[in-house]
Design a protein around this ligand. Structure first.
Ligand SMILES: CC(=O)N[C@H]1[C@@H](OP(=O)(O)OP(=O)(O)OC[C@H]2O[C@@H](n3ccc(=O)[nH]c3=O)[C@H](O)[C@@H]2O)O[C@H](CO)[C@@H](O)[C@@H]1O
Ligand SMILES: C=C(OP(=O)(O)O)C(=O)O
Length: 436
């Protein structure tokens, strides 16, 4: 099994380019199923998840080619309407093809994703939303079978909890439904806004972008468009936290400072200096304390919330940071019921954390408190938290099961090496040879 090997203790210096957002690229790729013709997407990150989505689109009949971040997709003829279990189980966001297939073909068969390491993650809001548009849904042999007896009709949908992919899926189903669709308590994440921009560029008529109340005025048809994927705010936040953990001074390029406001506010409280440059730059550094560039970190509490609140996708990374702070931090996870898988691994590195229901109490023991250890990644952001802990720890950390990380971080090893980190990816063959 491939591993990451990190020799911790080096501050980070330099520049890092932020990639396109996984969570924006996935719905944009799915949306290309909505209209025949050639769609062009820019700034598409090359990740395991975007490859899986391109594989899924190809299995539905779409043709695509990729040149760096530029992806051209042509979905003139759809040859199927099914997303099989083998694909959905490796990437839950495969359910995002349900909405476009319903809009284009009036039917779809998509495997239920099931739970994952961070929680049960049902898709009942998606299905209720489709039903409000006149779609009949049933569960058969682990698959959602959705069919519209006639043309889709606009309807009124209220989400009990704002769901990101639920909002995206219903938007894509509703764009060509007759009449108006109202989505209330919709998700306001920037990735939803990116999808709305793409859909409106294709000829859809959606009002209410960036609010929790969306109105879709159904249109007869859509045409392809050219759309750029927004910068990844979770990748941006991960590197910001890494600088806070390791010390140093890093310029983050091609990011949207506004999208990481909740994190920046917490990090500034902890002692990090953050300067917004031009629109697409953030300079983060730990003020110098006698040449070591490793200021003392103050602890602070966080509660995860839907955007613009503190993102659950940065909770694990922030927890790694709080183990290095002076004082106690309470981390309250309100979005997913089981998103503390990283705690057991951080304990192996010397952290002092106890879990009390949906709260983790982190007793920070200062900057030099973690020591390297062999640890195992359990999900995407848990993996990122272990990388941050490993970068800040004394000695060597080996992280196994890194395929989780590769779902969502483009070239993380290369980017960190570019900042001076001592991190390498070693292949399974090499690591077992080393063990002999
Ligand atoms: C591909 C993608 O964009 N993934 C993101 C998306 O996931 P995803 O869209 O799956 O997450 P949701 O926003 O839907 O989940 C929010 C909450 O609603 C619950 N819920 C959701 C749908 C539903 O039908 N029923 C239900 O009960 C979930 O269990 C969770 O407690 O938003 C999450 C929350 O910001 C992020 O962590 C994920 O990185
Ligand atoms: C939970 C995440 O992704 P997904 O919804 O694709 O599982 C994530 O990006 O942190």
């Amino acid at each position: 099994m491939d591993k990451l090997v990190i020799e911790g203790g080096s501050p980070l210096y330099g520049e890092v380019p932020i990639s396109g957002a996984k969570n924006a690229a996935l719905p944009l790729l799915a949306a290309t199923l909505l209209a025949p013709g050639e769609h062009v997407l820019e700034n598409v990150p090359d990740l395991r998840d975007t490859r899986t989505m391109l594989g899924l689109l190809a299995s539905l009949g779409a043709r695509w080619e990729r040149d760096g971040g530029l992806v051209r997709i042509n979905a003139d003829v759809l040859s199927g309407a099914e997303a099989p279990y083998e694909m959905v189980r490796t990437m839950r966001a495969s359910v995002l093809v349900l909405g476009p297939l319903l809009s284009r073909l009036g039917c779809a068969r998509v495997s239920l994703p099931g739970g994952c390491a961070i929680g049960a993650r049902p898709i009942d809001y998606h299905l209720k939303g489709f039903e409000r548009l006149g779609v009949e849904t049933r569960l058969e042999q682990g698959y959602v079978e959705a069919r519209s007896p006639g043309p889709l009709q606009g309807g009124a949908i209220y989400f009990d909890v704002p769901s990101v992919t639920g909002t995206e899926n219903v938007l894509m189903a509703a764009v060509c439904a007759a009449g108006e669709t109202h989505i209330d308590n919709a998700a306001r994440e920037p990735e939803v806004g990116n999808l709305i921009d793409m859909l409106n560029g294709m000829g859809a008529c959606i009002d209410g972008k960036d609010t929790d109340s969306l109105v879709v005025h159904g249109v007869a048809r859509l045409q392809p468009a050219r759309t750029a994927v927004i910068p990844d705010r979770i990748e941006t936040g991960t590197y910001m936290i890494a600088v806070a953990a390791c010390g140093g001074r890093v310029l983050l390029k091609n990011c949207v400072p506004e999208h990481v406001r909740a994190l920046a506010d917490k990090l500034q409280h902890c002692g990090l200096v953050i300067e917004e440059g031009q629109d697409d730059m953030l300079l983060v550094y730990c003020p110098d304390d006698g040449g070591l560039s490793r200021c003392a970190l103050e602890s602070i509490d966080i509660t995860t919330r839907p955007y613009p609140g503190f993102p659950t996708d940065l909770q694990a990374q922030f927890m790694a940071l709080m183990t290095l702070a002076e004082g106690t931090s309470v981390i309250h996870e309100t979005i997913f019921e089981n998103r503390f898988m990283h705690v057991a691994e951080l304990l192996r590195m010397g952290a002092d954390i106890t879990i009390e229901g949906s709260r983790a109490v982190v007793r920070g023991q200062g900057r030099n408190s973690l020591s390297g250890a062999p640890v195992m990644a359990t999900d995407l952001r848990a993996s990122a938290s272990l990388v941050i802990a490993g970068l800040a720890a004394r000695g060597r950390t080996e992280i196994s099961r890194i395929y989780h990380l590769e779902r969502g971080y483009e070239n993380m090893v290369g980017k960190l090496k570019g900042l001076g980190a001592h991190i390498d990816r070693i292949s399974g063959a090499l690591s077992s040879a080393g063990a002999l």
